[in-house]
Design a protein around this ligand. Structure first.
Ligand code: URA
Length: 214
């Protein structure tokens, strides 16, 4: 299935992604399987979010002869993980792009107010010269995602994409209003957010399901 594109939002509807996502949603799925599936889906999403990266020809010698062969152009990519659940996607992204630089952004949402609280930010230099792909499995209220991207832009990032596993329509709308220049890639857009800010039907708390916490 080809990706479905809304305004600035790509829903990557590959059958393998949809199948794996169904297993992740199931509350009986083990922590080990949940983590492995997230990593596998990250591979497939990474393929899509990097589909249009620019190439340049570089000279190499094969065992047979010299040739000009395509290689990724420009400075290394940055994957920016919104802690902690972002790390589940990050691992899979790094499997495919091992030379990428990594930013860690520590933001949690206050369970009362649902507002983002930042406690950590560490990013590579020269963000202005790099494509930054921000990863977080759940685009729910979009509070953390918009705050993370505010911060990356303050530090100079000007080419940013956002990659998640599941999004709520409310989160997509809020995110697109806050950052219309940042394309969103997701495996699915679910029905709605509940009063506690959880995506419905969703898969529960991604961080808890990855790390076995409550
Ligand atoms: N974060 C999660 O982990 N799950 C949700 O449903 C919403 C935000």
């Amino acid at each position: 299935m080809a990706p479905v594109s809304l305004e600035g939002v790509t829903v990557v509807q590959h059958p393998l992604i949809q199948h794996k996502l169904t297993i992740m949603r199931d509350k009986e799925t083990s922590i080990a399987s949940f983590r492995r599936l997230l990593r596998e889906i990250a591979h497939l999403l990474c393929y899509e979010v990097t589909r249009d990266l620019e190439l340049e020809n570089i000279p190499i010698d094969t065992p047979m002869q010299a040739m000009e062969a395509p290689a990724l152009k420009g400075k290394k990519l940055v994957f920016a993980s919104i802690l902690r659940a972002g790390n589940g996607l990050l691992e899979g992204m790094l499997d495919l792009v091992p030379a990428a630089r990594v930013a860690h952004i520590g933001i949690y949402r206050d369970h009362e107010t649902l507002e983002p609280v930042e406690y950590y930010f560490k990013a590579p230099s020269n963000l202005e010269d790099r494509l930054v792909i921000v990863v977080d499995p759940m685009l729910a209220t979009a509070n953390s995602a918009t705050a993370a991207i505010d911060k990356l832009k303050e530090r100079g990032a000007n080419r940013i994409r956002f990659l998640c596993l599941l999004a709520a329509p409310e989160g997509v709308e809020r995110f697109r209003n806050a950052h219309p220049d940042v394309p969103v890639f997701t495996a699915a857009i679910d029905s709605h957010l509940n009063e506690k800010g959880y995506i419905v039907p969703g898969l529960g708390d991604a961080g808890d399901r990855m790390y076995g916490t409550k």
